[in-house]
Design a binder for this molecule. Sequence first.
Ligand code: F0G
Length: 453
Amino acid sequence: MSSTSPSAPGVRQADIQFRCIGCGELTGNARQDFRCAGCGDLLEITYPDWKQSRTDPANLKSSWRNRKLSSGAIDLSGVWRFRDVLPALEDEQQAIALREGNTPLYELPRCARITGVPRLFAKHQGMNPTGSFKDTGMTVAATFARRAGFRWVACASTGNTSASMAAYAARGGMRSLVLVPEGKISWSKLSQALDYGAVTCQLRTDFDGCLRLLQELVLRAPVYQLNSINPFRLEGQKTLAFELLEQLEWEPPDHIIVPGGNLGNSSAIGKALLEMRELGLISRVPKLSVIQAEGANALVRTLRQAGGKRLISVSAETRATAIRIGNPASWKKAVRVLEETGGACEQVSEIEIAQAKAEIGAEGIGCEPASAVTLAGLKKLVKQGFVKTGETVVLVLTGNLLKDPDFTIEFHRGELFKDRAQGGSLDGLRHPPVVLDATLDSVVRTLEQAEKS
Ligand code: F0G
């Protein structure tokens, strides 16, 4: 590593303060591990000036709308367009941006019919530049990493964070170090990190082991950590909610449903909803619910077995590898947003995930397995009466269909579940490829059979 790297400086930013989510201590200077120097809990970003200089919410809404007409690089970013609610830049050129955000809000009429919810939307974060929601946080955190003088950025990842970090580091002229669990992330995600030039370490452990190691590394080496423990990431990710509400003409949906892994994203969206109410942009806060895979259900257990008071970690196992996390770092932040928005937390099985993924695919939309937990979870929340008929629901689809082709191909070939009887109920959703002789007859026969089915 170059001797010109800064020797582990703290992170300081004039217009914000870091607040400890445990003891509430405020500081202007965050340590490398983004933990409170007093009690060790995570930090979050607050904006002390908001209290004094209250901006008119109508002005904010119109300036965000007007920026859509601008061709300035910073306005083309669906994240920096909302820069009034982000840590300030002295100069717009400082932003490392790839036109992230600006993601579509699709209606899902077929899935609405399946679930019995009249208006069901998907906010598709898989349409970001590297194919996942991570880009919205990475543009902000990578920008402030470079501004603080770091040459190296690093993350532990189940794949999407590393792909995104590597891209933004490359664009910003920084080096990147990736720690991923060996054999437990999809090739698509791994290949992105390689192409973007990251130093990629496949560690013989799981995600939680990678993250533990990274926490020690950042205290020893001048690398800036870009996991969602980094509160700048969450500031960028929170713009999803601002953009969503703008797309809904500032009429809040009744429910927003997100997948839960390390629990940074749910925390970020929850923070945004509460800030939007504080700023007078909305008067009613949607219920934010978090869905986990049964095999990686630390938050579900934490709430059910410990009343949300202490983390119950698990040894995680799921084919939705993006959320194969047993010891979520931001669990306390997530518990708080569930309480403050009145949301629920549920778990779904591997079969339910595969079915929901195929149903979202059948809408012509598609997503990666971790994103499909949202639809599977919605079905449960409707059955439980938590989501009521007549309510509007938004699912946050976090990753693109192309992120995990192995899962999709195994599903359609009927190979995803070892026990065929187990997956048999999904036969109607399968569209396996067929191998044929290259003759007109065989293709016509296939077409006729398909017409009958
Ligand atoms: N969906 C996808 C597609 C993800 O990649 C992740 C997390 C999540 C949901 C869960 O979000 O962790 O904020 O609760 N992926 C991380 C990664 C851990 O390394 O890419 P979370």
